[in-house]
Design a binder for this molecule. Structure first.
Ligand SMILES: Cc1cc2nc3c(=O)[nH]c(=O)nc-3n(C[C@H](O)[C@H](O)[C@H](O)COP(=O)(O)O)c2cc1C
Length: 193
């Protein structure tokens, strides 16, 4: 495959679109679009979010020690994008977008009600990366839309309909269809025992 070198940049890497929900010391809720997000450990369950140190969201997490990461379904693309264009230092983004939150029982972190998947977190560690802070949260609870489960408990991904962000070309996309089964489809290439 012929390749073009793009230099040491962050251009083009598919990323999840999420809303990080936080609150300040006075309980005022803020929502921020974040795509530099990923699960980084299963044991203990941990998620990491990379935040510029100037974000209101970063200040809120440092103040309260809690936050939530909320999956953005395609239906919320415009509202979530707005949460990535202006700081909570300037506007109330819940009022701006009409998105609502509810306080999580265990941590008190705000959870976005309109999101089908809320990851409730408690801050455990941060790593300084230049202007950014890799903020790691212990996953205290996952709140998943009831509608995603069938009678046998199987999860149907279409209900989550996650928005995908393509950095560099600055496009939001939806997922295509199912391609193959993970942790299984590759077995056919493994040496036979
Ligand atoms: C698609 C998209 C993804 C973004 N991802 C991040 C991110 O991962 N980390 C970050 O610090 N800022 C990210 N931003 C920028 C913040 O969302 C933006 O600066 C926001 O206004 C900060 O809000 P706050 O000051 O209320 O926390 C992203 C913006 C967009 C539109």
């Amino acid at each position: 495959m012929l390749k073009r070198q793009l230099g040491p940049c962050v251009t083009f890497f598919p990323q999840p679109a999420t809303l990080v929900a936080t609150q300040d010391d006075d309980g005022k809720v803020n929502l921020m679009m974040a795509s530099w997000v990923g699960i980084v450990s299963k044991t203990p369950p941990t998620i990491a979010v990379s935040l510029h140190h100037g974000r209101k969201t970063y200040a809120n997490i440092m103040a309260t020690g809690t936050f939530s990461v909320n999956l953005v379904p395609t239906s919320l693309a415009v509202a979530a994008d707005a949460c990535g264009l202006i700081s909570g230092q300037e506007v109330d983004k819940c009022q701006l977008t009409g998105l609502t939150t509810v306080a999580a029982e265990r941590t008190g972190a705000p959870l976005v009600e309109d999101s089908p998947l809320n990851v409730e977190c408690r801050l455990v560690r941060e790593v300084e990366l230049g202007d950014y802070r890799l903020v790691m949260g212990e996953i205290v609870e996952i709140h998943a839309a009831e509608a995603a489960f069938d009678a046998t408990g199987k999860i149907h991904a279409e209900v989550f309909d996650p928005l995908v962000y393509l950095g560099g070309i600055r496009e939001y996309r939806s997922l295509g269809g199912r391609v193959a089964e993970a942790y299984k489809s590759g077995l056919e290439l493994l040496p036979k025992k």
